[in-house]
Ligand binder design. Structure first.
Ligand code: URA
Length: 432
């Protein structure tokens, strides 16, 4: 086989066979095929896409490029949730303990944030002592006994995605539906859960800027997941505004705990309930209505918060912060931003907020960069709200005054104030 022939075929929209795809991807992982040939092929995929069969083959070849997790020792049905990436998305911190409190076992191997999107692992690392690298046997034991565990994805899982994603990042080939599908689904299949719920984001802060593309991605991912023998469902949800009020690691942990305490019943709470009930139903735990009731009860009766504490303690963390948030990292400086005019908040652009949070120190632009767990943004208002000039709309936190200044310039751009009340956007667009 020859790499040029493979690139040429994709350039001409001629489907690759399984063997051709395997030779090409395995050759890249082994270092036999250079970055420049894979880059050319990735660009051809961006322009010409792949067939469903090719996408499925690519996903399975990527899944099998490294180790896969065997969760049979859990001895029960397992379910995982994956979001395609958003701003202020702390739903995993809520959904995992709520599902566990309802009797569903939830294994989670999560990633760190990169660029303007956050990562569950960084959020959890703001909890004193929390270990995201417990060994695999302990991980399985915690899922079995506590009901959930969240760890950082092992370095040996899907090495093909590590190499390909890094290359896509620097060749402007990230936002291709088959490439996103194979990247996400190869990792989800390798992490071993029986059921996979996908939260496919659409809007200004998502890879998929419109609902048609989000639906196409959701359709493809669920088909590939089902073909691989998993129960799979996708919920398409709005990412035109940040999710919840907090963006930044320790700040988001606090917000997740407030949801678990039942003291915040807003859009974020609603999304957590929608995703949890779909996950429970997908795992065969009753009708969607019964699953919703079970999830709400777990918040009301405190069992979800208890599960969260159990999970934190079982991974070496100190859960006493849930009664005293000062035990979490807190920023040395803050900067308040006020409304520039009277009117309605018609837009809070999530991408701008994501970048502003990055500038406070809450995120990293390169994999090596250290993050400041205390940094981030609290939105003191929400889309649709009426404000008067000089009302507080946002508070920025950081360990550096200079970072706050640059972050504020970007954050201010995120807000649009208009005289008309904006139309309310749906939270959920579709379930596939
Ligand atoms: N998240 C991933 O893991 N891969 C992508 O390609 C996009 C989002």
């Amino acid at each position: 086989m020859n790499a040029c022939d493979i690139i040429f075929k994709t350039r001409r929209k001629q489907p690759l066979s399984y063997d051709e795809m395997k030779w090409f991807i395995d050759g890249y992982v082994k270092g036999d095929i250079p970055d420049y040939q894979i880059s050319a092929w990735l660009m051809a995929v961006c322009f010409n896409s792949l067939t469903r069969e090719e996408t499925k083959n690519l996903t399975l070849i990527m899944r099998d490029s490294g180790e896969t997790a065997n969760l049979s020792a859990v001895g029960a049905v397992t379910a995982d949730k994956h979001s395609t990436g958003g701003i202020g998305d702390k739903t995993s911190l809520v959904i995992a303990p709520v599902c566990a409190a309802c009797g569903l076992h939830v294994p989670k191997m999560s990633g760190r944030g990169l660029g303007f999107t956050g990562g569950t692992i960084d959020k959890l690392e703001s909890i004193p002592g929390f270990n995201v690298s417990i060994d695999f046997d302990k991980y399985v034991e915690n899922i079995r006994t506590v009901g959930t565990a969240i760890i950082s994805q092992s370095g040996n899982l899907v090495p093909a995605d590590k190499k390909l994603y890094a290359l896509r990042d620097v060749t402007s080939t990230v936002d291709s539906i088959p490439l996103i599908c194979s990247s996400i689904m190869s990792k989800k299949l390798a992490t071993g859960s029986d059921c996979i719920l996908l939260d496919v984001k659409t809007g200004s802060g998502a890879f998929m800027k419109n609902t048609e593309d989000a639906k196409a991605l959701a359709q493809l991912m669920t088909e590939v997941g089902r073909d691989a023998g998993k129960k799979c469902r996708a919920v398409i949800t709005d990412m035109n505004q940040p999710l919840g009020h907090a963006v930044g690691n320790a700040l988001e942990v606090i917000e997740a705990v407030e949801i678990l305490k039942g003291s915040q019943k807003d859009r974020l709470y609603e999304l957590c309930m929608v995703l949890t009930s779909n996950m429970l139903e997908l795992a065969g735990m009753g009708s969607i209505e019964d699953c919703r009731k079970a999830a709400e009860n777990a918040i009301e009766n405190g069992s979800a918060l208890e599960k969260f504490c159990e999970m934190v303690n079982a991974q070496g963390g100190d859960s006493s912060f849930i009664d005293d948030y000062s035990l979490l990292p807190h920023a040395a400086h803050k900067l308040e931003i006020y409304a520039s005019a009277d009117g309605f908040i018609s837009e809070i652009n999530s991408e701008d907020i994501g970048f502003a949070a990055l500038l406070t120190g809450a995120g990293r632009s390169t994999k090596e960069e250290q993050i400041d767990h205390s940094a981030g943004i609290i939105m003191n208002c929400e889309t649709g709200q009426q404000v008067s000039r000089n009302d507080l709309v946002m508070t920025l936190y950081s360990d550096s005054q200079q970072k706050l200044k640059s972050a504020a310039e970007r954050a201010e751009k995120a807000f649009k104030i208009t005289q008309e009340k904006p139309e309310k956007l749906p939270l959920v667009y579709d379930v596939i």
